[in-house]
Design a protein around this ligand. Sequence first.
Ligand code: ADP
Length: 339
Amino acid sequence: MRLASFEPERLTPRAETLDIIQDKLRQREVLLAAGVPSPRALAIGKGVPSGLEFPLVVKSRFGGYDGKGTRYARTLEEFESHRGLWEQGGWLAEDFVPFRRELAVMVVRTPEATFAYPTVETVQSDHVCDLVYPCDADGAEIAIAAVEAIDGFGLFGIELFELPSGDILVNEIAPRPHNSGHLTIEACAVSQFEMQLRAVCGWPLGGTHLRQPAAMVNLLGDLWAAGEPRWASLLREEDATLHLYGKSSPRPGRKMGHVTVLAATAADAESRAHDVRRRLQRVGRDVVVGVAQGVRLIEDEDGEQDQEQDDRKAVLDREIGVEGQSVLLGAILRNEDAH
Ligand code: ADP
């Protein structure tokens, strides 16, 4: 069903706004027509749309997320290798943007007021967002312009590309709370979720400013590779909050939850968020045994430790503690004695 054919009186965002957003090509056209910088995009028909040059990005116009409908086409050959996808119709090609960073801004807009949350950098890994933290760039102006261009009311997540020159382009608009806004739960007076309710209900909006430096790391299904993450390790952390989404199967790349860390400085928050996630990762048996053998080596070499051995020792300390190490070492020694 086309959303525009369904227009109850008080739908927020409006059906026409959603209708524009759900087609990535129409979204680009509307933004560019309103003078909001965004990559040039054209529909793919029988081949490379004329007027565009390589490198290009080809995208499904509808329904993609976490890069699932996005492919790079640096050359004609690469473009042709995606023929099986675009030949079916409903795909676009657009300029490849050689961005320096990806940014995002949450925007709330009602007939009375428009506010932007602080600009964040979104660091991606394999097209999936890995880390989010408030950064020194300011994407508020262009993000608000993008929401105005689609006549949007409610809460929106605006994904941006920052060029090496500092210029900013809009990548895409999400008409809802967004992964890049999760840290607002702990770091801002009014979270993105409460803000959406306030906007939709016509209530006063409250503040979008950052109360404390923060960083958010996503927990992808990969973290479950060697078993259930070690949730207990989080209990030792100050100012770290775990959010799990209740998904049952932890497939690699699937967003299962996130952790937000608050700290005195942005740099602290960022490095602690990485540490917290690293400690959650359960290490497989082979790694523990490998590390234990490393300890054995350390014992053998009479204090002559190299960096690699120090690292292995650190992992072992973290993973099984001193008591566990002596048990493991005892087992290895007994095993060797037996031969
Ligand atoms: P999705 O809706 O699946 O998240 P996006 O359009 O956001 O799709 O693309 C996913 C990722 O692909 C982006 O975060 C960015 O890293 C990369 N990307 C998308 N479009 C471009 C582009 N035009 N130029 C360069 N990289 C791009």
